[in-house]
Write a protein that binds this ligand. Structure first.
Ligand code: CTP
Length: 418
């Protein structure tokens, strides 16, 4: 992943178009620089301003910077009578953009998006477009932390919107806390990732395991765990966007897999192991995000066990798939996950070494609100030489930070994927 900071390497995209929605907050002025930064990557920018945004910055500023007419109204700026051309403009824009980015996104526009309201151009465009959407919120800390805002953000994330977390610090209102618009470089990075413009995994075949496994007790009961598969699915989607082929071996989840991934559904740890080994030969990268059951029931019953007194189950260990994969590693980059509740760093380091991994993603699952069945995660990525803290963010963003480490490992090894 190229560093998109100033003076760093740059990705140039030819003929991609991004709609930049600017909603009404003090940070609206920062969107002017965002236009320039996106253009630096060869992206055409169509600016859309809400009415409130126009109280902070004049549309002329954005028109001059973008070189395009700024859309300020659902029915055309200053139109006495709505005409058919302006009335369907949101559909035309919706069909021609490669991504929609909203920066700054106020609590109001986030609420509209989350509830499908379509009373102005920007919210109508959001409902009408099928392009990826990136939202960068900026507001007062209490507004950001308000339950309604957080629930709206969760809804958007669950629907695949990429939320660029606001930074913490001094806010325009004089308070200190989370709510400051993320750095423009961070927003640009998220847009390029959403556009699929970062193609640094081309040539790689990434084998990803996701979700829980279920170990049957009898035909109706099983031993399972709280994994939702969201982290593994986010990794699959992010890797596809970055040019990789993806084989996704998934335990039972309620998630819709990315359509471009080759998906193999499994139930048990044994089935997951067999699916992994059936596809290992062609894999150049293996990421084991699955929460594999450590034990399976030895005396699994073929018929439903009746409730008659205490039940004794004999458990036996499942195969350690990751360890076996690492033993057949070859040129592959192998990444594991470690779900820990105590002595987290120490335990993860042990797994990194004992399973001969290139990297391990440490999840402290004792922290509430992140990890299991959450849209968000906070992890530490350990390699032999580095310890990278990834603060709480969406699983989509965490996925990209994991992929960054894989790309770096590949470059350091100086060996091609094949
Ligand atoms: N893993 C695996 N096969 C297993 C158990 C775990 O491939 N039977 C993988 C997981 O997918 C994860 C890594 O090993 O990438 C670590 O899983 P975790 O449950 O944290 O650790 P374990 O090795 O099972 O050790 P323990 O449960 O004792 O902490």
């Amino acid at each position: 992943m190229p560093d998109l900071g100033r003076g760093q390497s740059r990705i140039t995209i030819v003929s991609m178009k991004v709609a930049l929605g600017v909603s009404g907050g003090i940070a609206a002025y920062k969107a002017a620089e965002l236009v320039r930064l996106l253009q630096d990557h060869g992206v055409r920018v169509q600016v859309i301003m809400t009415r409130a945004a126009q109280e902070f910055v004049r549309p002329l500023t954005f028109a001059a910077l973008s070189g395009e007419k700024v859309i300020t109204d659902l029915f055309g700026e200053g139109a006495q009578e709505p005409n058919i051309e302006s009335a369907v403009e949101h559909i035309a824009v919706a069909q021609t953009i490669d991504a929609l980015v909203v920066a700054p996104a106020t609590a109001d526009i986030i609420a509209k998006f989350a509830n499908g309201l379509a009373g102005d151009f920007l919210s109508t465009l959001f409902v009408a477009t099928t392009a990826p959407v990136v939202v960068a919120p900026a507001m007062n800390v209490n507004m950001w932390e308000n339950t309604a805002t957080q629930e709206n953000i969760q809804k958007l994330r669950a629907r695949g919107v990429h939320v660029v977390e606001p930074d913490s610090g001094y806010l325009a209102c004089g308070m200190v806390g989370a709510g400051r618009l993320a750095a423009n470089e961070t927003i640009v990075k998220a847009v390029l990732e959403a556009l699929g413009a970062v193609q640094d995994l081309t040539g790689e075949t990434v084998l990803i395991t996701a979700g829980p496994t279920r170990e049957p007790i009898d035909p109706v009961r099983y031993i399972g765990n709280r994994s939702s598969g969201k982290m593994g699915f986010a990794l699959a989607e992010a890797a596809l966007r970055r040019g990789a082929k993806v084989v996704l071996v998934s335990g039972p989840t309620a998630l819709k897999p990315p359509s471009a991934a080759e998906v193999i559904q499994v139930q048990t740890a044994r089935e997951m192991r067999d699916a992994v080994f059936a596809n290992l030969e062609r894999a150049t990268v293996v990421i084991k995000a699955a929460a594999v059951a450590d034990f399976t029931v030895k005396n699994c019953s073929d018929t439903k066990i009746k409730r008659s007194g205490a039940l004794q189950l004999e458990l036996e260990p499942t195969p350690d798939i990751l360890k076996e994969v690492a033993a057949h590693k070859g040129h592959r980059i192998v990444v594991g996950f470690a779900a820990e509740t105590h002595d987290t760093l120490e335990n993860a380091r042990k797994k990194l070494q004992s399973k001969s991994l290139d990297a391990i993603v440490l999840n402290d699952v004792s922290q509430p609100g992140i990890g299991f069945d959450s849209e968000r995660n906070a992890v530490t990525i350990l390699t032999a030489t580095e310890s990278i803290e990834v603060p709480e963010m969406s699983k989509w963003e965490v996925a990209h930070r994991v992929l960054d480490v894989i790309v770096k490992s590949r470059a350091q090894r100086g060996v091609s994927a094949r």
